[in-house]
Design a protein around this ligand. Sequence first.
Ligand SMILES: *Cc1c(COP(=O)(O)O)cnc(C)c1O
Length: 462
Amino acid sequence: MHPELAADLGRLPEILEETRQHALAFLAGLDERPVVERAGPPAVAPLTEEGGGTRAALAEFAERWEPRLSASAGPRYFGFVTGGATPAALAGDWLTSAVDQNSNSSLDPAGQQLERETVGWLGELFGLSAAHRGTFVSGATMSNTVGLAIAREWLGERLGVDVAEDGVGALGPVRVLSGSAHSSVAKALSVLGLGRTALRTVPVMPGREAVDVAALERALAEAPGPCVVVANAGTVNTVDFDDLRAIAALRERYGFWLHVDAAFGAFAALSPEHAELVAGLDLADSVCVDLHKWLNVPYDSAVQFTRRPDLQARVFQNAAAYLGPLSEHPDLVHLTPENSHRLRALAAWFTLRAYGRAGHREIVERCVAGARALGAEVARIDGLELLAPVRLNVVCFSLTADPTPERLAALAAELADEAFLTPTRYAGRPALRAAFSNWRTTGADVRRTAEALDRAVRKLTA
Ligand SMILES: *Cc1c(COP(=O)(O)O)cnc(C)c1O
């Protein structure tokens, strides 16, 4: 054994203890460090022939890289849709690395059994029936990709061709209809060989991001063959929701595959006041839910649900004599793009066990309350205007006068020590959005952000 490896093995308890202390110091400083550090990268360090052991690596990380990291785990990182990590999720994630399982086969079954238990709880949390089976993937992009891969196989079934065997060329042109599809849907269509132009945007309702169901019906009626519909449950700009029940009802007349991108919107199901927004989610043929957003588990984690695990196995089966069998409950190796994967479910398992449905409901409801409070502040601040009502956990707003991307970027930069917001364009207008999905965010953070916004707008318009 290399002497540094042998030495590290000998002092493993001390190394882990120092790492733990380092992690605690980072977390304790979350509130104080700039939310986003915009320093450039450090000078590139060469690969060395000899290393210095874990302690030296930790010291170098602490000096060169850690100061540059954002407080994305903290309470005022409102960019994109970003969750933190609950204490239990963090504990579960640490253990995931410690136990280092490859949880994909019944030949070594505990990992995938734990994953199935966790997926079962998640399905219940989101109101899905037992007809939905789920698998863990690395994020909502991958969840959308897997859902659309199953949809592609379903189209083949409808047209009497086998896409998994004969390729996507056997299908002919495909139509994927959506009102306000997330950008990852186009990416998924590119990956799947269906092509980005397969995505046809269907008109939305006036002043909304939710699809106009009558327009969707017309698009279905005009389509030359079976389609895929991507319904949106929580759009990133204004958290709008398609009417899932009305869309699902169209399936009787126009057979189509219904994929629902509920990356973070699915969490509305946890709050009785908002559960109606995702009513009908169970009717979907496939569902995407992100976990590293509103469940607050560390990156990277999402789940993909489907009513057709048989088609999923047709797409993803990995036939090899030394892997597990393709049975009624196929091993996970046969269900996702990865073959090997970490015991990704453990962080979710921990947080659901530690806080239960009520604990996670409280996170969701506190985030919604925070977004509403910030929305009210934005409406009050001179020089800012809300572009949409705060439906759930995102505040979408712009400058009243001269809302150019440059001025909005300047506003965001002015705020960056206190809060991180990301740019967007809504209804043709450059805008900023603040998304609430971190378990640490409190009313004090909303006040701090509103005060910083107020100061930044005054400075910009002075
Ligand atoms: C975040 C998001 C995605 C993509 O998620 P990743 O985890 O970044 O892959 C897809 N759809 C919606 C609605 C999202 O909010």
